[in-house]
Ligand binder design. Structure first.
Ligand code: MLT
Length: 409
């Protein structure tokens, strides 16, 4: 028989959100009358905005005409979208990049999962705890960790993000080759200011490390000193890769479009002591393994940057931000301590004394028919915490918030 990749056997159970979906499905089957409200997985509730739908319609018509039909597109994305992203997200913020440093893709999750394959098998990985599970699991699959023991994989540098440090990662005392940072953070909602981010860029410059910076929730930033892009920090263009997504910005969780910025100045060492650019490797990887995002989806993403697209998507983001405020005030009313929700669509609440994350999940599901995500599912430091998302409709969010506020803890 063919042998398995042994590293897959180190993985813990199933993917967090699949486990939750199964538990909720079982509950619904046993209680068919229950009106379960999900504030669990970060999936959006609002439909695509009219500007995006118009672009999809128009592009579909083009695909149905011989003169305007398109087959394979460039694996890295069409120039029209890369240029629009460059202007709309970077030049407008005073960040100088070039359009060919932007790689359009079908999701930040897949990019962030795939990116690690460019690094050596013994690269030392640092990541936040709690953490978006994809960063960790993909490195486990690639064999960069030891076995799992007492809530941790051997060989990983965990950066505890706890109440004492406002859930912000602190620089490691040992050398890290690859550092995953997510800001605004999933799951805690904490966000790095430019000054805090500068410390990480300086560390990476000094240690010749690479920062993989996930800023999928950038559109939710309200605080002026929080960085929207890591490239707002000088020097980051030499050490950082940035992941962005249209999922939470424009409701593309089912439409699929994202992009990754790989500046040409980011270098890796070769076994013979030379250097190779990360950009050239990612281009090689994408052209080999990826055939690009559908033309119609790229036109839809382009429409997000039109004046109407901006106005319409901003309204939806404001609605989700209002949901976050609704949840925060209900939790306060219930006497619970909560964090996040100011620069992110995630609220990170502290479970009552003596109640662990999964027990809190069960209590909320059984007593309030509200689904959230147990903090421990994001790492050992998430034990005793619970994540709620602001992505449901205002009406259901208010209902869920009311049910939680009425519970006795
Ligand atoms: C989450 O709930 O953490 C998100 O849905 C994750 C993702 O975007 O893949």
């Amino acid at each position: 028989m063919t042998a398995v990749n042994p590293h897959y056997l180190k993985l813990q159970g199933s993917y967090l959100f699949s486990t939750i979906a199964k538990k909720v499905a079982a509950y619904k089957e046993a209680h068919p009358q229950a009106q379960v409200i999900s504030l669990g997985i970060g999936d959006v509730s609002q439909p695509l905005v009219p500007a995006v739908v118009d672009a999809l319609r128009q592009a579909s018509l083009e695909m149905g005409q011989a003169e305007t039909f398109r087959g394979y597109g460039p694996e890295q994305g069409y120039a029209f979208l890369r240029e629009t992203i460059l202007q709309g997200d970077y030049i407008s913020r005073g960040v100088n990049l070039s359009a060919d440093e932007i790689f359009v893709s079908d999701g930040a999750k897949s990019d962030v999962a795939n990116f690690q394959e460019l690094f050596s098998a013994d690269a030392k990985i640092a990541l936040q705890d709690p953490v978006y599970p994809v960063y960790l699991d993909t490195n486990v699959m690639a064999g960069r960790t030891g076995p799992y023991q007492a809530g941790r994989y051997g060989g990983i540098i965990y950066l505890p993000c706890v109440e004492e440090n406002n859930f912000l990662p602190q620089l490691p005392s040992e050398h890290a080759d690859i550092i995953y940072l997510c800001s605004p953070n999933n799951p805690t909602g904490a966000a790095l200011t430019k000054a805090a981010l500068k410390k990480w860029v300086d560390y990476a410059l000094e240690h010749h490390s690479i920062i993989l910076y996930d800023s999928a929730y950038e559109a939710y930033i309200t605080q002026a000193d929080v960085a929207h892009s890591i490239y707002e920090v000088p020097g980051a263009e030499k050490v950082a890769v940035e992941f962005r997504s249209f999922s939470k910005t424009a409701g593309f969780t089912g439409t699929r479009c994202a992009y990754t910025v790989v500046p040409k100045g980011v270098m890796l060492t070769t076994p013979d002591g030379g250097q190779v650019s990360l950009h050239s490797l990612w281009l090689r990887r994408q052209t080999t393994k990826f055939n690009g995002v559908p033309y119609i989806v790229q036109r839809a993403a382009e429409a997000v940057y039109s004046p109407q697209g901006r106005e319409q998507t901003c309204k939806i983001i404001a609605m989700y931000q209002q949901n976050a405020a609704t949840i925060l005030s209900a939790l306060k009313e219930a006497g619970l301590t909560a964090f996040g929700g100011q620069n992110a669509p995630y609220i990170w609440l502290k479970t009552p004394q003596g109640v662990d994350s999964w027990s809190f999940f069960d209590k909320l599901l059984v007593e309030a028919q509200v689904v959230g995500t147990p903090g421990v599912g994001f790492g050992a430091c998430g034990e005793g915490y619970f994540r709620l998302t602001a992505f449901n409709t205002p009406q259901l969010t208010e209902q869920a918030a009311r049910r939680v506020a009425d519970l006795t803890f």
